[in-house]
Design a protein around this ligand. Structure first.
Ligand SMILES: *[C@@H]1O[C@H](CO)[C@@H](O)[C@H](O)[C@H]1NC(C)=O
Ligand SMILES: [Cu+2]
Length: 240
């Protein structure tokens, strides 16, 4: 039993080794945990792509409202900061997410009237960033796990100014051989984009709706045969 005990502890840690997008860094300044980001107290994933909670998280992980709207310059980069739990203080790989959680990182925007109250559910979302499986065989989530939980996202220059929800996402595919199985981690930040030219209007998708349980990037085994051409779920990335 003395030998088994540490293994059981390790196993229990793995089963719940999830993650939360907790804060947004803008212009090198971290805005604070839950400041302008709707964070849940529990770090578990959403697995049902038809659930309203696939938009900005929520039941069974209720999120806490925040009155802050973060000003962001169009054309600049922001950084979503991911940590294992709200109480996590470090930024080592295990403080971000368990290394078993391989998959893409993705970001979307949705133009809204009031970022503090818009539920995010429904149409209006466009994809602004994705990082799937690199040619080096390294997954997007691994780059964030090994990069202090930092998820780099460029806010397009050509979008209209105004309030948006920023949905940052990591998908863990270690159990994706069946559906449901892929683990979707996402939170929404509330931002006010200034300086956008508004010269291009993105086509949009809906959450729920953008992902299907049969998508090749949602239902797949990442173990064997080796994945060579991973197709990130959702629409193509909007560019200016
Ligand atoms: C800005 O973010 C994008 C991803 O959206 C990334 O490809 C690019 O390297 C970042 N630029 C800088 C200067 O960090
Ligand atoms: Cu997990």
């Amino acid at each position: 039993m003395k030998v088994l005990a540490p293994l059981m502890v390790a196993g229990a840690g793995l089963a719940s080794a999830h993650t939360i997008f907790q804060s947004l860094e803008v212009g090198g300044v971290n805005q604070g945990q839950g400041q302008g980001v709707r964070i849940p107290s529990y770090n578990g994933p959403i697995e049902d792509v038809t659930s309203n909670s696939i938009a900005c998280n929520g039941a069974p992980n209720p999120t806490t409202p925040t009155s802050k709207v973060i000003t962001v310059q169009a054309g600049s980069n922001v950084t979503a900061i991911w940590r294992y739990m709200l109480s996590t203080t470090g930024s080592a790989p295990n403080d971000v997410m368990d290394s078993s959680h391989k998959g893409p990182t993705i970001a979307y925007l949705k133009k809204v009237g009031d970022a503090t109250t818009d539920p995010g559910v429904g149409d209006g979302w466009f994809k602004i960033q994705q990082d799937g499986l690199g040619s080096d065989g390294v997954w997007g989530t691994e780059r964030v796990i090994n990069g202090q939980g930092r998820h780099n996202i460029r806010i397009p220059q050509c979008i209209a100014p105004g309030q948006y929800l920023l949905r940052a996402e990591m998908i863990a595919l270690h159990g994706a051989g069946n559906y449901p199985g892929a683990q979707f981690y996402m939170e929404c930040a509330q931002i006010n984009v200034v300086g956008g030219t508004g010269t291009k209007t993105p086509s949009t998708v809906s959450f729920p709706g953008a992902y299907k349980g049969t998508d090749p990037g949602v239902k797949l085994s990442i173990y064997w045969p080796p994945v060579t051409n991973y197709v990130v779920p959702g629409p193509s990335v909007f560019t200016c």
